[in-house]
Design a protein around this ligand. Structure first.
Ligand SMILES: Nc1ncnc2c1ncn2[C@@H]1O[C@H](COP(=O)(O)OP(=O)(O)O)[C@@H](O)[C@H]1O
Ligand SMILES: N[C@@H](CC(=O)OP(=O)(O)O)C(=O)O
Length: 422
């Protein structure tokens, strides 16, 4: 049994869906579960819609129209017969958003977010499932919300592994024995059947959850890159493909921000010794990257870049030391504002952290910290992480950059830098 995961980039247009069909058809005859994300940038669009609705912004209906038109364009290219049932099925999915928008936004934002944003995945899988049927790949469309059970931490729901495993094991093997299964990434539901999401880019994690609960042979994530490279090609000109990666190196790379795989994906696979393949959906016969149990360490130094960092320096107001009770108070404030720490350093009198500048959340955190501490911050910084670094790699990334904070251990070097202006 294998799991394939197709992200938004792979199904961003009709050609992408046709290509997905080509890839899946090569695996005909073998049990296969296909996990699919929302098409293209649909999640961003629906996210914008949620915020417009919550602020009574007025353009929520315009944004909904944009989402409908985008999917309509893809359907017209795939289903020339305008009476094909896919049109009705997709319209019904969007009606769920319309119903919400017609009422005043009374519910908490994070709850509304999940009810609306999940429609992206429900629509994409509806289109793909119908398309696969039209090309002779009979499949069962399965609602992941009936299988992946979570708590009610909307937008970052935690999986109830026991309930999820029992649901998946009782429902899926029977279907998979006879048919290809198409389901959604990123979404789940609470025990009261309210829709939840697993955190942005969470479809990779969904694929890992299904694989773990089904004891799959492998998971393949189909990407717009040849596999895991030693740096994001959007930032680096000369990248190298890493053909084989240990679970540990993969966990470390994704933890430090390599966005090619969602950070929560690897651990459930490592626990069950399931190989993760990262392959190109453009060059499908290329081997890509295999992530599995291996003693091999990374063959090349790897680079992770994070821009738009804020360095927050926190000092007790009374010049006392930064002691454990301060640290525990500081961390709980970060947790309340849902801010993830990317790099941290503490000295006797101050504690400094670098975080993603997520706008309102960071401002809220700064205001909150200032009630108890002296707080300084610097915007516009870059965080560079090098795994398996050496001096040459450090020199390479520091051209025209000034170091603000530096941390090194045996394998990893983190540099928080400011770009020097001429
Ligand atoms: N180390 C890396 N190797 C390969 N790609 C990377 C790496 N780090 C970041 N990326 C980026 O990840 C992108 C693929 O992830 P993403 O756009 O989230 O795909 P999907 O929508 O299919 O989930 C690539 O286009 C690339 O820019
Ligand atoms: N659609 C969701 C989940 C996801 O994982 O998407 P992708 O596979 O395109 O990164 C998001 O954009 O966050």
């Amino acid at each position: 049994m294998q799991i394939f995961k197709f992200g938004g980039a792979s199904v961003k247009d009709a050609e992408g869906v046709i290509n997905l069909g080509r890839i899946v058809s090569k695996h005909q005859g073998n049990p296969l579960l296909v996990v699919i994300s929302a098409m293209g940038k649909t999640t961003n669009l629906l996210e914008e819609l949620v915020f417009a609705y919550a602020k009574h912004g007025g353009n929520a209906f315009d944004l909904l129209d944009r989402a409908k038109q985008y999917h309509h364009g893809i359907m017209e290219a795939l289903f020339p017969d305008s009476s094909h049932p896919v049109y009705n099925d997709v319209a019904n999915r969007f009606v769920e958003i319309e119903w919400i928008l017609e009422d005043e936004p009374m519910d908490p934002l994070d709850y509304l977010y999940d009810q609306i944003v999940a429609v992206g995945e429900l629509v994409s899988t509806t289109i793909v499932s119908h398309y696969l049927n039209t090309i002779g790949l009979q499949n069962a469309w399965v609602d992941a919300r009936g299988l992946i059970l979570t708590d009610n931490t909307y937008r970052e729901a935690r999986v109830d592994w026991t309930a999820t495993e029992s649901r998946i094991q009782s429902e899926l093997p029977g279907i998979l024995a006879n048919q290809l299964v198409v389901t959604q990434g990123f979404i789940g539901s609470t025990s009261e059947n309210f829709t939840t999401t697993l955190g942005r880019e969470g479809s990779d994690y969904s694929a890992a959850i299904f694989a773990s609960c089904l004891g799959a042979e492998s998971v393949t994530i189909w990407k717009d890159v040849p596999g895991v490279l030693n740096a994001d090609p959007k930032w680096f000109d000369q990248t190298e493909l890493i053909p084989e990666l240990s679970y540990l190196d993969a966990i470390e790379l994704t933890y430090y921000g390599a966005t090619v795989i969602h950070p929560k994906t690897i651990k459930p696979l490592q626990n069950k010794n399931i190989t993760l393949h990262v392959k190109s959906f453009i060059d499908i016969d290329n081997g890509g990257t295999q992530i599995r149990a291996t003693q091999e360490s990374l063959p090349v130094p790897s680079f992770i870049f994070k821009v738009n960092q804020v360095l927050i320096s926190i000092l007790p107001k009374d010049f006392s030391f930064i002691v454990e009770d301060n640290l525990s108070d500081i961390f709980s404030r970060f947790h309340q504002h849902k801010i993830k720490v990317n790099m941290m350093h503490n000295s006797a009198v101050s504690f400094s952290v670098s975080v993603d500048n997520t706008g309102e959340n960071v401002q809220g955190l700064l205001d909150d910290l200032k009630t108890r501490y002296d707080v300084q911050h610097q915007n516009g910084l870059e965080l560079i992480t090098i795994r398996h670094y050496n001096q040459q790699t450090i020199d390479r990334v520091l051209i025209e950059k000034a170091i603000i904070m530096e941390l090194k251990d045996s394998y990893t070097c983190q540099l928080l830098v400011r770009k020097l202006t001429a």
